[in-house]
Design a protein around this ligand. Structure first.
Ligand SMILES: NC(=O)c1ccc[n+]([C@@H]2O[C@H](COP(=O)([O-])OP(=O)(O)OC[C@H]3O[C@@H](n4cnc5c(N)ncnc54)[C@H](OP(=O)(O)O)[C@@H]3O)[C@@H](O)[C@H]2O)c1
Length: 334
């Protein structure tokens, strides 16, 4: 079978915040699968902040996407042609590289088979995939909250943040959640159980943190970096713990690796600050997924997803996610 694919490609490097015009959509023909390869039709595409880093030319572990080339990303798809006994036609697979397109050909060994019997397939990009494993790694791998401890979580209404809030609550921690709208705040303190909320767009985060945690913070789960991280470092109790998950406030700048300016406070207060990468927790995914499934079935875990329809809508949805208009995980249905 000769197949073709629609791909979202990087048309130009954004100056500051990305716009939908930074992308174009092209149609390419795909070569037939060689021995050991499969042709996959994507069903679900993931939208994630780290993709912003591919768009720049600052290098780093994410590298840069060459102009005119398709954006990489996570996807769940169905094998529609196979030259691999390991992945017969009809198999469902996750790829972390072949998002932003509707079809692709790849070696079977690069793909992760998943079963629809474990839950809706889109979940392997969210709660049962990068999002959930990241939140679990930050909460249980790094911070290890104890009942009654106070945790500050920013980016709290997003994909990772909203799961992290719930895991921290389930461990008995008090959560001070921070996000960019009062509507998100009502959801965080209502359905998700955060004790208090700070709207970083309309409130003074330093002053509100001092109100909500007058004795200081035991922990921070940092999705944002930049000024919010500096404020939280100043607010940490002695021997506090910080899990560095992401630094979305810096991704549009010219140095997303910039550190906080008050590192010395970490020394003075014997604070531990640990960066972590979900990749280090994927080996534990079966156990994490089982734990999430039990929690969700018991009504103790909300899997919040914003669904978007069609490849053409992906650039707008990506820009909207970065701008904070969505809640939970953003997924594109093809
Ligand atoms: N370490 C890892 O392995 C790993 C894995 C996955 C993700 N991450 C990181 O985790 C963080 C969250 O990722 P996610 O997938 O869950 O994304 P997300 O939180 O669902 O989406 C991003 C959200 O961040 C908020 N935001 C955007 N710009 C901001 C700014 N300048 N200051 C404060 N908030 C801002 C927006 O919400 P509001 O402004 O409305 O609050 C936006 O909706 C990101 O930093 C990401 O890079 C790390």
């Amino acid at each position: 079978m000769t197949a073709s694919a629609l791909q979202v490609v990087l048309a130009r490097r954004p100056q500051g915040s990305p716009t939908p015009q930074d992308f174009t959509i092209r149609n390419v023909s795909l070569s037939a699968p060689a021995e050991g390869e499969v042709l996959v039709r994507n069903l679900w595409l993931s939208i994630d902040p780290y993709m912003r880093l591919f768009m720049g030319d600052q290098g780093g572990v994410h590298g840069s996407v060459p102009l005119g080339e398709p954006m990489p990303g996570g996807a769940v798809g169905e094998v529609i042609e196979s030259r691999s006994a390991a992945l017969p036609v009809g198999s469902h697979v996750v790829s972390m590289a072949h998002g932003w397109r509707d079809h692709y050909v790849a070696p079977a060994e690069q793909l992760q088979p998943v079963s629809a019997s474990a839950g809706p397939l889109h979940r392997f990009l969210g709660l049962y995939g990068l999002t959930g494993v990241t939140a679990w790694g930050g909460i249980h791998g790094v911070l290890k909250p104890q009942p009654g401890e106070t945790m500050f979580i920013n980016g709290a209404a997003g994909a990772v943040g909203s799961v992290a809030v719930q895991l921290a609550r389930r461990a008995g921690a008090r959560v001070i959640a921070c996000a960019g709208s009062d509507e998100k705040g009502a959801w965080l303190t209502g359905a998700l159980g955060a004790e208090s909320f700070i709207n970083y767009r309309s409130e003074d985060v330093r002053a509100r943190l001092a109100e909500h945690a007058p004795e200081g913070l035991d922990m921070m789960f940092d999705n944002v970096g930049g000024e919010q991280l500096e404020i939280a470092i100043d607010a940490m109790k002695p021997k506090g713990r910080i899990a560095l998950c992401g630094a979305i406030a810096l991704y549009d700048g010219d140095n997303y690796r910039a550190g906080p300016r008050n590192l010395f406070a970490i020394i003075e207060k014997h604070v531990s600050m640990t960066g972590f990468n979900a990749g280090f927790y994927f080996a534990e995914a079966p156990r994490i997924i089982a734990e999430f499934a039990v929690a969700e079935a018991a009504g103790g875990l909300i899997d919040e997803v914003t669904f978007v329809e069609g490849l053409n809508a992906m650039p707008d949805a990506f820009v909207a996610m970065l701008g904070g208009t969505s809640r939970g995980k953003v997924l594109v249905k093809l």
